[in-house]
Design a protein around this ligand. Structure first.
Ligand code: XMP
Length: 318
């Protein structure tokens, strides 16, 4: 019988046997899988685990600092690397979603490789790969958007990718990962987080990305997500977020005509992201959220709610 406790015992022992006294590097994303993998490895090898958490500047509002603090509080040996500027430079002027993904993926790899090179004698690369990822990478149809969107599609082989691989979650499913995480004492709020795409807000700002657009979208997203939490809706939704549209629309404020940005809110129900239905959020919630966004976020004068299901619409707009 599979239980989190037996899984943890067996996995810790297997990791110790596999990597011995070698050093291991792992990239933390703030997501459930990489976090649970890190805590398991930390339990097995302690300070020989070197975690790297990269801020690509496209995370949610305050997320880099708060998640980094959380990681440190969990006793992880983690280095936070703020590479926001580098990502913005790599993205400057790019409008095509796939080009933006490639630029973000490539920059991440460069930053991670630079950091990995600062560590001496690392032998292993740990990853939070879970069973569905394993299936996905060998299946013809691909997993979430695999064939439609090039998620981490980058050329060349940086040095850290030549390391030996350790993937402690390779045989288990998401719900099992969450149970293991809970048994390891990881904060339930962290374990219950919605999925968030690797390119982050970079694919939720339609068209080209600027620091100002990131700031606007972070504010809008924070109001929406905090509202979902306050209204007890967060856990009923599989994934939610806001998109900054590349159009201005006319509005009116006092006697003035405005010509400002429009944002779309999206919340979906799903089990694996392959198909999804838009969520019938209460009108009252949408009304309050819309008012708060328009009143508080400078530069936004219109909010719409996305009522498209997948297929044919995807969850992300890019
Ligand atoms: P779509 O938009 O294809 O998204 O319906 C399905 C799920 O995948 C996530 N997604 C991504 N995740 N890199 C990621 O790590 C990406 O480039 C990417 N594109 C989409 C999306 O957030 C949803 O959960």
């Amino acid at each position: 019988d599979w239980t989190p406790d037996s899984f943890i015992d067996e996995t810790v022992e297997a990791i110790q046997e596999k990597v011995g006294n070698d050093k291991v590097v792992l990239g933390l994303s703030g997501g459930v899988d990489s976090t649970v993998a890190a805590v398991l490895l930390n339990k097995a090898i302690g300070k020989n685990l070197y975690c790297i958490f990269v801020n690509n500047g496209l995370l949610r509002k305050n997320e880099f600092q708060s998640v980094l603090n959380q990681y440190e509080g969990m006793g992880l040996n983690v280095k936070g690397v703020d590479a926001s500027e580098r990502f913005l430079e790599a993205l400057a002027g790019l409008e095509d979603p796939e080009l933006k993904r490639k630029a973000i993926g490539k920059t991440f790899i460069e930053v991670f490789d630079d950091e990995a090179h600062k560590l001496t004698d690392v032998k292993w690369l740990a990853q939070g790969t879970i069973y569905p990822d394993v299936i996905e990478s060998v299946s013809a149809t691909g997993g979430p958007s695999a064939t439609i969107k090039s998620h981490h599609n980058v050329g060349g082989l940086p040095d850290f990718m030549k390391l030996k691989i350790v993937e402690p979650l390779r045989a288990i499913f998401k719900d099992e990962v969450r149970r293991v995480g809970a048994t390891l004492g990881i904060d339930p709020e962290l374990l219950g987080r919605h999925p968030f795409p690797g390119p982050g807000l970079g694919i939720r700002i339609l068209g080209d990305i600027t620091a100002e657009k990131v700031r606007i979208l972070q504010e809008v997203d924070a109001i929406f997500i905090n509202g979902l939490k306050e209204w007890g809706l967060y856990d009923k939704v599989w994934q939610a977020g806001a998109m900054l549209l590349p159009v201005n629309s006319v509005g009116v404020m006092g006697d003035e005509r405005t010509y400002e940005k429009c944002v779309a809110l999206r919340a979906v129900e799903s089990t694996d992201g392959m198909t999804a239905d838009w969520v019938n959020l209460p009108y009252e919630f949408l009304q309050k959220t819309s008012n708060e966004i328009i009143n508080k976020v400078k530069g936004v004068n219109r909010v719409v709610y996305d009522i498209s299901s997948k297929p044919p619409a995807t969850i992300e707009w890019e």
